[in-house]
Ligand binder design. Sequence first.
Ligand code: HEC
Length: 373
Amino acid sequence: MKTFGSKTQFMLALSTGLISSMFFLGVVNAAQDGKGPIKPIKVDAKKAELGKRLFFDPRLSGDAAISCATCDQPSKGFSDGLPLSKAYPGSKGFRNTPTLINTATRKNWFLDGRIGTNLNDVTREMITEDYIMNMDMRLMQERLKQDPVYVKMFKDAGYGEPSNGSVRKAIPEYLKTLTSRNSPFDKGTMTPAAKRGYELFKGKAQCATCHSGANFTNDKAYNLGVPENPEIWSDPLRHMTYVAFGTFMGIKNIMNIRRDVGADIINPKADGSNVGKFVTPTLRELKFTAPYMHNGMFKSLFEVVAFYNQGGGEDKNKNPDLKPLKLTFGEQQNLVDFLEALTGDPLTTEKFVWKEKIPTNYTAIENWRDVKN
Ligand code: HEC
């Protein structure tokens, strides 16, 4: 039985009681802990519409073979379902494609966190990097000027003539439209099993230390001891891409190492203690984005949870907080149920996807030197 020492304490207790009954009445959704829903971002509709067409247009890659959507596919939560991503024809990627949903609410980008400025820079990197879309921005600008649909869309969006600068603004404007909606977590409709999973997530399993906030990430990098994906070293096209990337990034001993150094490129330490750290990913929309981790080494969420349950992997730089969790099979399943409850509606409608055909089948222009644009 509680006793109240003073009138103030009594009033305090009374108001706490009132506030908690407001939770029950649904005035505030207590289950969300202030972690959602992700607020839709205000966008300029015409700029976002232009960004959408650009995102789905293969002419933004050097040889017009791939578009942003080749790897960031709407039906797969804007990832690609592969352990390691594709890349520009003639090369192959060495990392898993992360989701783009809610990317406009992040503070840094890429699994190694190498861009922490803005989505304009991210867009430039993806379009121009030779192993990604391999596009020369000057050529891209000229290509866009030859498409009357773009000439009109750029003008209507207030950008004037198509230019590489406005492409780098329009695509991020489109990315702002990709926010999570209607997950059971946000709607307060989690099953009892998922609710038990959420309690474990915050408590015994200590997932929320790194997976915090509305995006379920603190945007920081850690080493969990995720095993290397051997395909990066056995497939010459993937290895070549990693070597080219690593040479450019100044990774030491790049010809001989057989591991992905991750976020070490941001802050290399002489003792190598930053090697193998990766930026904590969001946990939203996971149902669409298997396989998991920076190199796609886990096929299912149960595999991921089982990995944490055994205290992570083996690595001399492994985060010391990762210890065996001693979760029962049922508790691990509850965690999976909770993780699945963070997935919302697929963003596959016309609002998010450019559905009209984009012309790529050009015929050669005879006497092109004499033809004016
Ligand atoms: C020490 C920080 C930390 C803790 C604690 C932690 N995580 Fe993670 N989590 C990460 C990092 C970092 C990654 C990415 C690692 C990589 O790719 O090598 C990750 C990846 C994941 C992924 C894969 C996501 C994807 O898109 O590939 C899931 C799912 C996940 N964590 C769930 C959990 C759960 C459940 C717990 C608690 C049992 C947990 N995490 C505890 C940091 C953490």
